[in-house]
Design a protein around this ligand. Structure first.
Ligand code: GLV
Ligand code: MN
Ligand code: MN
Length: 414
């Protein structure tokens, strides 16, 4: 089998996709169900159709592009990622797995190999939490572990309102995929960390994905005139929030483990006027670790800090757990298939964990799954200067193609 990646075409497609953005280049902002997201979906679907893939969309916009195998009744092999992008992101997060996955399929087509199992490209709806405050909502629904009725954006608009805007209708409960639907799933992604570049290793074979949790907090104090209310009389919600932000940092650092991280990435202050004491603050908190009890220990410390701040400052603090997920272990057989594929092309790789979350975290609950990482410059991601070189992308797509081709012929899995 002679597999060749058309890297010029793939890079040109990545450039075109980056053009669908609500932020000026080089930044990319593409929030799920926005006009730019819808236009980007049309673009990617047109590429899939041009490759002769059969395209299907579900009720929440997860998109499936299938190349039927010689034995289409067998469970398919799947690959894919996401095309939504957080505000002021870069152009490679998710998109490398979607367009690289498509190019991997086209490379197998050009090689003349006809897969035994169908190969399906999946474009997951909203891997990023920007719209609904929860990451991986499309893949969570595919795995059947999210109550869609609970989803709201910051303004209170429901998932049903948003998906109708984007033209997605139908029964959300039918989105769930039955166990055995996929024989294996592989996601290609930029590392979003520094290890591969630092060690000069072109590929990472992911063996586990860290456990993410996120919280929403509402802090209610007392507003008033910034000149007139005396300092001892204040119950400033933002000062209370500031203490909590630092408590999140301290709790994450307290484990001493490099894998524990805590971030407060959203802070809305009300009424947000320079001469008015903040009366309400809303925070969104993200905590992760590869070790579940340690991650939950950090959450407990944050909860304790909230109780202390609330009583000391006489403010009310309400906390909602948005998600508190377990880590995922990748499937050893898919990991080995990726390792063999890298060996077949003489490419070095290291086994590693993913500290970022990915749709694979949830696909792994319904299919044997693993991930393939490529280096990105400086480990930078979720920033406009995110960068993966054409060579790195080509290597990832090539090894992905090799693995998909092999998995499609195998009887090993399901
Ligand atoms: C995914 O975008 C993450 O935040 O890990
Ligand atoms: Mn991301
Ligand atoms: Mn991603």
């Amino acid at each position: 089998m002679k597999l060749e990646i058309d890297i010029n075409r793939l890079c040109a497609e990545l450039d075109s996709l980056a053009g669908f953005s609500d932020a000026p280049a080089p930044a990319v902002t593409r929030v799920v169900f926005s006009e730019q997201d819808r236009a980007a979906r049309r673009y990617v679907k047109s590429l899939c159709a041009a490759a002769g893939l059969q395209v299907r969309e579900d009720a929440v916009g997860n998109t499936f592009a299938r190349w039927p195998g010689a034995e289409p009744e067998l469970a398919a092999i799947a690959t894919g990622s996401h095309i939504d992008a957080i505000p002021h992101a870069g152009r490679y997060d998710g998109t490398v797995g979607v367009l690289g996955g498509l190019e991997a399929i086209r490379a197998i087509q050009r090689s003349g190999v006809r897969p035994r199992r169908s190969i399906e490209l999946v474009i997951f709806s909203a891997e990023e939490p920007t719209r609904f405050g929860i990451g991986c909502f499309g893949s969570r629904l595919l795995a059947g572990i999210l109550d869609p009725a609970s989803l709201r954006d910051k303004e209170g608009r429901t998932l049903d309102e948003w998906r109708a805007t984007a033209g997605f209708h139908g029964d959300v409960t039918a989105v769930r995929l039955p166990g055995g639907h996929y024989s294996a799933f592989v996601e290609l992604h930029i590392e979003q960390g520094p290890m591969l570049e630092r060690e000069g290793v072109p590929l990472g074979v992911v063996t586990a994905i860290a456990a993410p949790a996120s919280l929403r907090m509402w802090i209610e104090g007392e507003g008033g005139h910034a000149g007139a209310v005396l300092m001892p009389d204040r119950h400033d919600a933002f000062c209370a929030a500031a203490e909590i932000v630092l408590a999140v940092e301290a709790a994450a650092r307290s484990t001493g483990a490099v894998d524990t991280v805590g971030t407060v990435g959203v802070c809305d202050v009300f009424p947000s006027a320079v001469n008015s004491i903040p009366s309400r603050v809303r925070l969104e908190v993200d905590v992760r670790d590869i070790d579940l009890p340690r991650r939950d220990g950090v959450l407990a410390k944050i909860e304790q800090a909230c109780a202390d701040v609330a009583s000391r400052r006489s403010v009310k603090i309400r906390t909602e757990v948005v998600n508190q997920d377990a880590p995922a272990q990748c499937d050893a057989r898919v990991v080995e298939a990726l390792a063999r594929a890298a060996d077949a092309h003489g490419m070095a790789y290291r086994r590693m964990v993913s500290r970022a979350y990915h749709d694979t975290l949830f696909l792994s609950r319904i299919a044997p799954s693993a991930m393939l990482f490529i280096p990105c410059k400086g480990g930078i991601s979720h920033r406009p200067d995110e960068y993966a070189s054409p060579d790195a992308i080509a290597a990832g797509a090539l090894v992905l193609a090799e693995a998909l081709a092999e998995l499609s012929l195998l009887n090993l899995i399901l």
